[in-house]
Design a protein around this ligand. Sequence first.
Ligand SMILES: Cc1cc2nc3c(=O)[nH]c(=O)nc-3n(C[C@H](O)[C@H](O)[C@H](O)COP(=O)(O)OP(=O)(O)OC[C@H]3O[C@@H](n4cnc5c(N)ncnc54)[C@H](O)[C@@H]3O)c2cc1C
Length: 392
Amino acid sequence: MARVAVVGAGLAGLCSALALADFGHDVTVLESGPAPGGQLAYGPQPFTLPAVLRDLFRKTGRPLERELDVVPVDPAARWVFADGSEVTVPNASPSGARRALDQAFGAGAGAQWDAVVAHGDRSWRELRPLVLGHAGAKPAPPGGTLRDVAASLREPRLRAVLESYATRYGADPATAPAALTVLPYLEQTFGVWTADLGRLVDVLAGRAAERGAAFRYDEPVVGPALDGKRVVGVTLTSGETADADAVVWTAPPGRLADDRRGVFSRVRARTARPEPPADMADVDVDVDVIVIPRAGRPAAPTAPSATPSVRFPAGSGPATITYDTPEGRVRRVAPDAAHGAAAGRVTAIFRRPANVTRVRGLYLAGAGAHPGPGIPLVAQSAAIVADHIGRA
Ligand SMILES: Cc1cc2nc3c(=O)[nH]c(=O)nc-3n(C[C@H](O)[C@H](O)[C@H](O)COP(=O)(O)OP(=O)(O)OC[C@H]3O[C@@H](n4cnc5c(N)ncnc54)[C@H](O)[C@@H]3O)c2cc1C
C-alpha cells in the first residue's frame, strides 16, 4: 500500500482518490477550498463520452446509472445567427442534424456538415488510442487547421459554427488543428449528456471516503516535496510536509511554476500560454457566457434547460454560449477557467503535460494535463494515473 496525496478535490482529484482508494492505497485529498467539486460547481454542463465515468463507477461499486440520472441533452444545441436565423440541432442524430440544416439553410447544407462529421470520425480514429489510453501521449494531430476545413464549407453560417469549436477554447481557428472536428463528431455520434453534477461530486467523494480516502479541506498545498528526483510528500502553507510515496497533482500545473527546482519550470515551459493573435485578444472576456444558479450548486438539470444556446456574432469573433436555467444569472468565464489553458498554436491543444512526470512518484491529472479539459477527458486523466500507480 502506498501513501498517496491527491492535490485538489475537483473532478480529477475525486476520480483519482476513488480509483486509488479502491486499489487499496492510503489516500489523502488536500483541497484548498472548503468543499469538493472545483469547476463542477459552475452549473449545468453538457458532456460527451459518459462511458469514461461509467467505467469508473462500474469498477468501484454500483453502476453510474444506479447512482444518478445521466440524461441526454435534447435538443443538443440552438444555434442563433446575427441575421436572425436559427437552427435547433437534435442530439446524437446525424440524420436529424442533416434534416435540420437542410431546412434552415437550404438543400445540401446537411451534406456539407456531414463532411465535417466524417472528418471528425477520421481524426477520432487516429486520436482515440492516444487520448484515451496513453500516459504520456504527445500525438501529432492530423494535418491542417480548422479554418482549412471551414473553408471547404459553402454555407458561411456553418463555417461560423465549425470555427466556434476553436474559439470556445480560446484558440484561433486559423491555427487550431483541423482535428478539432472530433468535437462535433463526438457530440453527434455518441451524444451530449448531462447530470446533476452536485450529486456526482457527492457520490464520488462519498464513495472515495467509504474506500478509506481522507479529505482535508481549506488546505492549500504549496507544492510537492522532493528528495532529488523523487517525490516524498507535499508542502503545506504551514511549512509542514505531509509525507507521501506518490502525489497526484490536479490543481492547475501553472501552480507548479514558482517551483525553482527545475523540474516544474519544464512543465511551465510546456504549458505556457502562447500569445494569442491580435484578433483573438479579447477572447478571454467574450468566449463563454454561462448562466449559473444562484444557490451555487445546480438544481438537477432537465434536458431542455441544459441545452446551450450558441450565439454567433455578425463579424468575426467568438461565439457566446448561454445555458438557459430559470434561476440563473449570467457569468462571464475566461477560457482558461472554462476549458484549461487556451491555445494559440496548432498543436497546443494536443500537447499538454504528460500524466507521468520525470519526478518519480509525481503524477499530473486534470484539465491542465493530458488528455485535456472537460468532464470525460479529466476523468480519463485520473484513470490513466490510477492505472499507472496500480493496485496496492
Ligand atoms: C463555467 C464552466 C463551464 C464548463 N462547461 C463544460 C462543459 O460544458 N462540458 C465539459 O465537459 N466541461 C466543461 N467545463 C470544464 C470542466 O468543468 C473542467 O474541465 C473540470 O471540471 C476540471 O476538473 P479538474 O479536477 O481538472 O479541475 P478543477 O475543477 O479546477 O479542480 C481543481 C481543484 O484543485 C483545487 N486547488 C487549486 N490549487 C490548489 C492547491 N494549491 N492546493 C490544494 N488544492 C488546490 C481547486 O480549489 C479545485 O477544487 C466547464 C468549466 C467551467 C468553469
